[in-house]
Design a protein around this ligand. Structure first.
Ligand SMILES: C[S@@+](CC[C@H](N)C(=O)[O-])C[C@H]1O[C@@H](n2cnc3c(N)ncnc32)[C@H](O)[C@@H]1O
Length: 269
């Protein structure tokens, strides 16, 4: 069995504020649907792995008695903690750590990973999650499609600009070269099945959304490839270039799309 590709651990350094402000929240319809299918009654325990600044943990905290949210990026966890205090969300334990290192023993009713499973050592994490779930517990991989990943004209322009600035900033190595091949060879469902899960559903939530150019720039600063540390001294020229390219297509500063939100639900066999 081939080794899983590894990402550098510091790729989200410098992104937390942008992540928190510019990522589009998971729609309530998705969260409600997930809670219904996973039998979240308000009494159980939730584990959010690779939680970032808490996009899933905050969205789901009211449906669980206790939540544990883990991310390896200390800046993300610190911002989540601050926001939890500010919002009066007191049932989440925020932990700096690697998803691969969790040690749970039938502690959780639901484990979620939002937009991050491909970044993890998936086999090891899936095994650990299975051990950490209560009998009949659920594991959900939650995703949203990125704004440049579509066939609208502005999305193609955005994708071209990203390729240009990724090259200029020499940031291409922030994604392992063999990632796509590896994921095609061993899809998430195969990893889940091998770890003792049954995939019980795939659920789509297309959601109309309008961006401004400044919001898209903020979104790109929240990514691992075009974060401010990745761009370094190129950041001002990158912003100007994006404004120039996108304002030619959208002089009214409205860029529309339908964001594909999606989750895969698996249950312990
Ligand atoms: C795209 S963000 C997803 C954040 C959030 N879960 C969401 O749904 O938007 C990816 C996150 O995965 C975290 N991450 C990547 N590898 C990790 C690992 N091995 N253990 C813990 N966190 C990890 C990064 O620090 C980053 O915060």
């Amino acid at each position: 069995m081939e080794a899983e590709p590894e990402f550098r651990p510091d790729l989200y350094r410098g992104t937390a504020h942008f992540y928190d402000e510019f990522r589009v929240p998971y729609p309530a319809t998705l969260l409600d649907d997930l809670c219904r299918r996973a039998n979240a009654t308000g009494e159980g325990r939730l584990l959010d792995l690779a939680c970032g600044t808490g996009q899933l943990a905050f969205g789901l905290a009211s449906r669980f008695a206790e939540v544990c949210a883990v991310d390896q990026e200390p800046e993300a966890v610190e911002l989540a903690r601050t926001n939890a205090r500010r919002r009066g969300v007191g049932n989440v334990r925020w932990v700096v750590g690697r998803a691969e290192d969790i040690e749970a023993d039938r502690d959780f009713d639901l484990v979620v990973v939002g937009n991050a499973f491909h970044r993890l050592q998936r086999r090891r994490v899936a095994e650990a999650v299975r051990r950490g779930l209560t009998p009949g517990g659920h594991f959900a991989l939650v995703w949203s499609r990125s704004p440049w990943d579509g066939d609208r004209e502005w999305q193609r322009v955005l994708a071209r600009a990203m390729r240009h600035w990724t090259d200029r900033a020499d940031a291409a190595d922030r994604v392992p070269t063999d990632l796509d091949r590896h994921l095609a060879h061993e899809p998430h469902a195969v990893v889940l099945t091998a770890a003792g899960f049954a995939v019980v559903g795939e659920h789509d939530f297309p959601t109309p959304h309008e961006w401004t150019i400044e919001q898209l720039i903020g979104f790109l600063y929240s990514t691992s490839v075009l974060s401010k540390p990745a761009l370094g001294a190129h950041a001002p020229a990158f912003e100007k270039d994006l404004r120039d390219r996108l304002s030619q297509i959208a002089p009214d500063d409205v860029l529309r799309e339908s964001i594909d939100f999606h989750y895969t639900l698996a249950r312990v066999l």
